[in-house]
Design a protein around this ligand. Structure first.
Ligand SMILES: Cc1cc2nc3c(=O)[nH]c(=O)nc-3n(C[C@H](O)[C@H](O)[C@H](O)COP(=O)(O)O)c2cc1C
Length: 246
């Protein structure tokens, strides 16, 4: 693979194929729960994914992330138990008619995915005063989310699925992984090869929730409440389909 990380990079546009590849990764990325193959993820591939994450933008170039790689079945089982406890609590919070549908959803692939990965944000990294974070202290956590998305898209290009699991008590995950208080747990990811992906979010396919029309989300010049506004942008209903090659 050509290494684009060394030396200055020209700012000219991508070639048609390169541009199409970027959009392909974005539009066909999926959250994966159940489709993981047992095939191991080689260390060099995992390292590429982590390096993609490590090249995310960060406030003040703080790079607040760490990557905890989990492969031990016992530890995964502990995490899965924490998930199961929280998932029972979560289910009870939905209206009765939604509970059966909720219970039928697969919401994690902790045991099935060959690799689990916890991405954290060390809020003390670089000292107390961080360029750009002074007035918006949550920016370090947002930076870490950028790292998650970089990894997710790079994984898509590698044929590797990623599933984000957020159904657990923070205190449980801290205990299981030994994460100290000054470090925020941002993402718990299940990672592994897949040979198929849904062509739309699984939650949409299962009737839980649809993608919102993009036009309803775009405001001009300021907040415009919940009013849908007309826009000159092209019709966005193709959000789940691959765009025509640019
Ligand atoms: C912060 C975050 C937390 C999520 N937590 C869960 C989760 O606990 N379980 C789950 O099944 N999916 C989880 N997801 C995945 C979303 O359900 C998924 O991204 C959404 O339905 C859209 O589907 P797509 O990612 O396949 O496009 C999470 C996604 C994000 C961004």
């Amino acid at each position: 693979m050509h290494d684009v990380r060394c030396g200055p990079v020209s700012a000219v546009s991508f070639s048609d194929d390169e541009r199409a590849a970027v959009y392909k990764a974005i539009y066909t990325r999926r959250d994966v729960r159940d489709q993981f193959l047992p095939r191991p993820v080689p260390d060099d591939v995992l390292l590429r994914l982590l390096d993609a994450a490590h090249h995310a933008p960060s406030v003040g170039f703080m790079q607040p992330w760490n990557f905890i790689v989990i492969r031990d079945p016992d530890r995964k089982a502990q995490v899965h138990r924490a998930f199961a406890r929280a998932n029972d609590e979560a289910k009870a919070l939905f209206a009765e008619e939604r509970q059966a549908l909720y219970a039928s959803l697969k919401l994690e692939g902790i045991l099935k995915a060959p690799v689990n990965l916890c991405i954290t944000c060390d809020r003390t990294r670089g000292g107390k005063v961080i360029l750009g974070r002074t007035h918006n202290p949550q920016m370090d956590v947002y930076s870490t989310v950028c790292a998650v998305q970089n990894l997710w898209l790079a994984a898509r290009a590698e044929g590797i699925g990623v599933g984000w699991v957020s159904i657990y008590h923070d205190r449980d995950m801290r205990r299981i992984l030994g994460v100290p208080d000054h470090v925020e747990i941002v993402a718990y990811l299940c990672i592994g090869y897949v040979d198929e992906l849904y062509d739309a979010p699984e939650l949409q396919k299962r009737g839980w929730r649809n993608r919102l029309p993009l036009v309803d989300l775009i405001f001009e010049e300021g907040w415009q409440g919940d009013t849908a506004i007309s826009s000159d942008l092209p019709h966005p209903d193709r959000a789940d389909a691959l765009p025509a090659t640019p």
